[in-house]
Design a protein around this ligand. Structure first.
Ligand code: ADP
Length: 305
């Protein structure tokens, strides 16, 4: 059982030949809307990969909110702890995507930012009954901290995706985190050290710094290079599958959801779970859009690269 705490965003995807430079004006070549938000994406990824998944989050009282909760429901995610506020609109993301599959993203947090500690306290049974609690940084930090405190007090394994990147975190949060999963940029900003995917020493140094702050298990995703992991000082790397990337939006979210879904009860089978997650995200990067690209268990098991 997995509980995901996090954001829901209505994504507007704007396709263009290249990302505009400061001061440059260019024409878009296509426009599409899709469900997104790191939290919702990770919950859908976990559910499609076969896990019983519950979501904690907040939407506005508008059509975007309905669309997003409908998408979670269609993926069989439990919505008992998704609240609706009249104080803010549903979160929005504007995703600029170029022909090479690179993106730049603008976020209007909206209802994701009005989620409160009281909302999480009300969802306590959904946290304490889970095997894993997963959170990111698109909802307020104080709320994540409260949820992790509830989780750890009940012996629930906590997984933190520190995205979007933050340079400083409350030390308490890292001490409550069992597994941290940044990408290379987030790892670099978080540790204030240079992280280079092809230089193992930089990966090990970043992991050691996070472990010194109380996170025993570190996984750093490295885009098309693959993934690095370090469990209590035992480290390894898994290369990415060779595929043609169309849109890397939600590669990391698919990775985290699928990873959590196959971890079973704890972190003992982490390396095998990382290979499964790499397969899932290699499928995700081959399709446009965040939620439309997230594969099912059957697709992951049957994929041939
Ligand atoms: P994020 O989306 O958070 O930046 P990454 O880009 O590191 O995360 O991607 C997460 C995982 O998705 C990688 O570890 C890798 O397994 C897979 N992945 C990402 N990009 C590609 C790609 N171009 N080809 C194959 N796999 C990819």
């Amino acid at each position: 059982r997995i509980t995901v705490l996090g954001s829901l965003n209505a994504d507007t995807i704007l396709k263009m030949p290249h990302l505009p430079l400061p001061g440059e004006t260019i024409a878009l070549t296509a426009k599409k809307t899709a469900g997104g938000g790191k939290g919702a994406n990770q919950a859908i990824a976990a559910a499609r990969a076969g896990a019983a998944t519950t979501f904690i989050g907040q939407v506005g009282a508008d059509s975007a909110g309905t669309l997003l909760t409908d998408a979670l429901q269609a993926a069989q995610v439990n919505l008992d702890h998704v609240t609706t506020t009249t104080a803010a609109a549903t979160g929005q993301a504007y995703i600029m995507l170029d022909d090479a599959g690179q993106n730049s993203i603008l976020i209007d947090g909206g209802a994701n930012q009005t989620l409160t500690v009281a909302d999480v306290t009300a969802a306590k049974p959904a946290i304490t009954s889970a095997d894993f609690l997963v959170a990111q940084f698109e909802t307020p930090l104080a709320v994540t901290l409260a949820a992790f405190q509830i989780a750890k007090a009940a012996g629930v394994t906590t997984i933190l995706n520190p995205a979007p990147a933050k340079a400083t975190l409350p030390p308490k949060l890292l001490a409550l985190t069992d597994l941290i999963v940044p990408n290379e940029t987030e790892a670099s900003i978080l540790t204030q050290q240079t992280v280079i995917p092809t230089q193992l020493s930089t990966l090990k140094a970043a992991a050691a710094k996070l472990q010194a702050q109380g996170v025993a298990n570190v996984v750093i995703t490295l885009g098309e290079t693959g993934v690095f992991y370090d469990q209590h000082g035992l480290s390894g790397q898994i290369p990415a599958f060779k595929v043609k990337a169309v849109d890397t939006t939600a590669a990391g979210d698919t990775f985290i959801g699928a990873l959590t879904a196959v971890l079973a009860k704890d972190l003992h089978n982490l390396p095998a779970a990382l290979t499964f997650a790499s397969r899932a995200s290699a499928l995700a990067v081959q399709t446009l859009g965040a939620q439309p690209s997230i594969p099912t268990r059957q697709m992951i098991d049957q994929a041939r690269f």
